[in-house]
Design a protein. Structure first.
Length: 374
């Protein structure tokens, strides 16, 4: 069983076994043991883009979490799919739910990549889809981000031939946190081969400030069979440990995804929690505002130290520290703070997930303790 904890190790192993053309850079494997499970006095976790505030208070007040634990969850799965369909203004056959959006990425890799059906992805970006493509023996072409850190859609288009089964666009992108403009993505999709699917990963959608450059492909659909949009309850809803994600696609594409799904991969607890969270628009608004305030404060601290950071539309920020990232991670670890792993080729950038204000104070205190590089 592949856990997030062992993800990069397993990716390395399967790369060897599958002898796929692309492999995870070795240095990424060295950071394969992210710190998990906060313990009293344990490290401050600024390394996995989680929501430090947890689920909305309305969810925490939901009562017996084990209600229905003895029953199979089909009824719950149907209800959440219907509720998500209403939210996204689509028919329920357009919604595919999963055990986190990671399951969506996996079923998309299974459905649309394989030998002779390659994956085109950015670099750096979230790597789970690349891993699952490798498992099904698909070649991956990684296209470096453009100089402004957006997806280099021109280069991705050149890389995408008739043998490309799937393109991955993470928007906002993890680890850079920035947005690739909506109009550019739309133009790109129009020019792609007719048999190439596009997965737009909107895991961080809820944190994006209003901008003419951004519109979700769920909120403003283009009614194209090739487009799949993924979202998750792990970020704004603070439920990374409960596992729920979903995709929206046209009915025929959703069917192709559905075929690859594990039966009953949702559980009663997460679906009931998600139904409460979706009804709590005030909770959502508050979480969004709080993240924006935390992000603004983070940027103020960046500026005060004459550092630079990639403008973030997410719940994490990629900071140019001027220091070798591997050393920096070790120094933070010694001070009980976990920060994001290295993302080659950004050797001096640190990806910092936003924590609560007191956690961020500690982060800055530790950074200020470190010897200056100037
Ligand atoms: C861009 C992106 N997509 C998907 C995921 C997976 O999220 P989950 O499986 O928890 O929904 C993450 C997790 O960090 C992510 O950053």
């Amino acid at each position: 069983m592949l856990s997030r904890r062992t993800f990069f190790k397993a990716a390395g192993v399967s790369a060897a076994v599958a002898a796929a053309s692309a492999s995870f850079p070795k240095e990424m494997l060295a950071w394969a043991e992210p710190l998990r499970a906060p313990q009293p006095g344990g490290p401050i976790l600024l390394n996995s883009n989680e929501n430090p505030y947890g689920p909305f208070p309305s969810v925490l007040a939901m009562g017996n979490p084990f209600q229905d634990a003895n029953r199979y969850p089909d009824h719950h799965s149907e209800r959440i799919a219907e509720r998500l369909a209403a939210l996204c203004k689509v028919a329920s056959e357009c919604v595919v739910t999963g055990c986190g959006s990671t399951e969506i990425l996996r079923v998309a890799a299974n459905a649309f990549t394989g030998p002779g059906r390659k994956l085109v992805t950015a670099s750096p970006t979230f790597e789970a889809l690349e891993h699952y493509a490798r498992v099904v023996h698909a070649e991956t072409v990684r296209v470096p981000l453009a100089a402004d850190f957006s997806h280099d859609l021109g280069a991705m288009l050149k890389a995408a031939g008739n043998d490309t089964g799937l393109v991955y666009i993470c928007n906002p992108n993890n680890p850079t946190g920035n947005v690739t403009p909506r109009s550019d993505i739309e133009d790109f999709i129009k020019k792609l081969p007719k048999t190439t699917y596009v997965l737009i990963d909107e895991a961080y959608h809820d944190f994006v400030p209003a901008s003419p450059d951004y519109a979700s492909f769920i909120d403003r659909p283009i009614n194209d069979d090739r487009v799949i949009t993924a979202r998750t309850f792990s970020k704004i809803y603070g439920m990374a440990g409960l596992r729920l994600g979903y995709a929206v696609a046209t009915p025929s594409t959703a069917r192709l995804l559905q075929e690859q799904k594990l039966e009953d991969s949702l559980n009663a607890l997460v679906t009931r929690a998600a139904l409460i969270a979706l009804d709590d628009t005030a909770g959502h608004h508050q979480a969004r505002q709080r993240n924006a305030a935390d992000r603004d404060e983070f940027m103020r601290q960046v500026t005060a130290r004459k550092l630079t950071a990639i403008p973030s539309a997410a719940n994490f920020v990629m900071v140019e520290t001027g220091r070798p990232i591997r050393d920096l991670i070790g120094q933070f670890r010694q001070n009980n703070v976990a920060i994001g792993r290295p993302f080659p080729p950004f050797e001096t950038y640190a990806r910092i997930s936003l924590g609560k204000p007191d956690e961020m104070k500690e982060f800055w205190r530790v950074l200020d303790l470190l010897p200056s590089v100037q």
